[in-house]
Design a protein around this ligand. Structure first.
Ligand SMILES: *[C@@H]1O[C@H](CO)[C@@H](O)[C@H](O)[C@H]1NC(C)=O
Ligand SMILES: *[C@@H]1O[C@H](CO)[C@@H](O)[C@H](O)[C@H]1NC(C)=O
Ligand SMILES: *[C@@H]1O[C@H](CO)[C@@H](O)[C@H](O)[C@H]1NC(C)=O
Ligand SMILES: *[C@@H]1O[C@H](CO)[C@@H](O)[C@H](O)[C@H]1NC(C)=O
Ligand SMILES: *[C@@H]1O[C@H](CO)[C@@H](O)[C@H](O)[C@H]1NC(C)=O
Length: 286
């Protein structure tokens, strides 16, 4: 019996649950939408732009575009209007580890702390990385382009910069879940035995889970900071804003912290003098 392993068991279970939640938050419209990496608010997209759709040959299409241009410019000058909804775009995107969800603000987008009404989520994939440029381009009505909205190139650059990191992060969370799961089993084994082998395997699993979840958390933090800073720095002019996912960061760093604690406890078990039962000549179990 090694009661200190109850501590590592509790830590491993907590880290397993937390990293599973980080990985699967936002899997459905109603599951932990507030535990997203970041929220992108595009409700005022295009604000401050002037649409110029006059370049053409003067045909019927141009007349159509000119009408659209007038409407859009009126909309953009109205400070309380929801430009995104008028363009048939969602108001916001919640970006998660393996997918994103989109929705509209209720009762309206101008209200601070408006309610999020999620209208749909993308399919979940391990290789997921969020590409707002592509998504917004696909949603825009004919005749309106990203250039019309003055979509900044810097946001495209930031998307490219975090593409590989996003996939690495997802893979590390999956590894973290696997190691934390194994650490739960190792801790159970270690509770009922006194052997040095079980203590060492317990430590190995705790340390691997700590490393995987810790590196995943570091990458996630870097991705969040990089993306949110790029959007807020270059997107402010065109009415888009991004917010860091505080709940997600709390969950992922809490998982890292408990695995660090479990690693410290389990290495202490490895180095501790042999247990009393051994000294009294009882059979040493594994
Ligand atoms: C709109 O585009 C046309 C042709 O590219 C250009 O001649 C005109 O100056 C532009 N208007 C504004 C307001 O930018
Ligand atoms: C948004 O909703 C709030 C609360 O219902 C309301 O006070 C405000 O006037 C609305 N704003 C617009 C632009 O409709
Ligand atoms: C969304 O962004 C706009 C413009 O940046 C801002 O006025 C609005 O309050 C934001 N909405 C929410 C719900 O954060
Ligand atoms: C959310 O949006 C859907 C579709 O636009 C709508 O049917 C539903 O009533 C909305 N829910 C709330 C709480 O506003
Ligand atoms: C998402 O998955 C469903 C069912 O697996 C499939 O029918 C659909 O085409 C997929 N959507 C995208 C955008 O890949």
């Amino acid at each position: 019996m090694r009661l200190s392993s109850l501590l590592t068991l509790a830590c491993a279970i907590a880290a397993l649950v937390l990293s599973l939640l980080c990985l699967f938050a936002g899997s459905s419209k109603s599951f932990l939408q507030d535990a997203d990496l970041l929220t992108l608010n595009i409700s005022r997209i295009g604000h401050g732009s002037l649409f110029n759709t006059t370049d053409g040959d003067g045909g019927a299409l141009d007349n159509l575009l000119n009408t659209l241009e007038g409407d859009l410019n009126d909309l953009l000058n109205d400070f309380s209007s929801d430009v995104a909804t008028a363009l048939d775009l969602p108001d916001f995107f919640n970006v998660h580890v393996m997918d994103f969800c989109e929705g509209v603000y209720k009762p309206n987008a101008t209200l601070k702390n408006a309610q999020e009404n999620i209208t749909g989520c993308s399919n979940r994939t391990v290789g997921f990385h969020f590409q707002p440029t592509k998504i917004i381009q696909e949603h825009l009505p004919d005749g309106v382009t990203l250039d019309d909205l003055h979509w900044p190139d810097e946001i495209r650059d930031a998307e490219r910069a975090i593409r590989v990191a996003s996939t690495a992060m997802t893979v590390l969370y999956i590894l973290g879940v696997a190691f934390a799961g194994t650490a739960v089993l190792a801790a159970l084994w270690s509770i009922f035995t006194n052997g040095r082998l079980s203590a060492m395997i317990n430590f190995l699993m705790d340390a691997l889970a700590f490393l995987a979840i810790g590196i995943a958390s570091a990458i996630a933090t870097a991705v969040i900071v990089k993306a949110v800073d790029a959007v807020n720095k270059y997107g402010d002019d065109i009415g888009i804003a991004a917010y860091k996912g505080g709940k997600f960061l709390g969950m992922t760093w809490a998982a890292t912290a408990v695995m660090l604690f479990a690693s410290v406890v389990s290495i202490a078990q490895c180095c501790a003098p042999r247990s009393r039962s051994r000294r009294y000549g009882e059979k040493d179990g594994y």
